[in-house]
Design a protein around this ligand. Structure first.
Ligand code: 5GP
Length: 113
């Protein structure tokens, strides 16, 4: 299976996953290999490869992903304790899945860089 297909199959529910939130534009689901008690991935339903592909034209989707990250953080009750969002881009950035995603991570004290 090609790499982006993994997330496409989660969106269209061909692959089972714990979907936390879904609307017409985005899907949020639990990471299969969580790095913290809360580790949720937020992705656009329409394929975008990575942050390099964000333009003035499609910028709205990224704002929606970020806005929903904070809403989900509140729903998961980590808004006050704190959390982190991360977008990895390409090889040096550690992007393994070639499909734009935000990592929403929290539920414990995260190490600083
Ligand atoms: P990246 O390293 O590309 O920024 O992050 C990819 C993330 O996708 C990783 O945290 C990895 O655990 C997660 N992941 C990879 N395959 C699957 C899968 O099949 N299901 C889910 N829910 N997460 C996945």
């Amino acid at each position: 299976m090609n790499n982006k297909k993994i997330f496409e199959n989660i969106i269209n529910k061909k692959t089972p996953s714990k979907i936390i939130y879904q609307d017409k534009k985005i899907t949020a689901f639990n990471d299969i290999s969580p790095k913290a008690p809360i580790h949720i991935l937020i992705i656009p339903n329409k394929f975008i490869k990575n942050l390099n592909k964000i333009t003035k034209k499609n910028l709205k989707i990224l704002s929606h992903m970020i806005y929903m990250s904070k809403k989900i953080a509140k729903k998961k009750k980590i808004n006050k304790s704190g959390y982190r969002i991360i977008i990895n881009c390409n090889k040096d950035g550690g992007q393994k899945i070639k499909y734009l995603h935000i990592h929403l991570i929290g539920g414990k004290k995260l190490k600083n860089f």
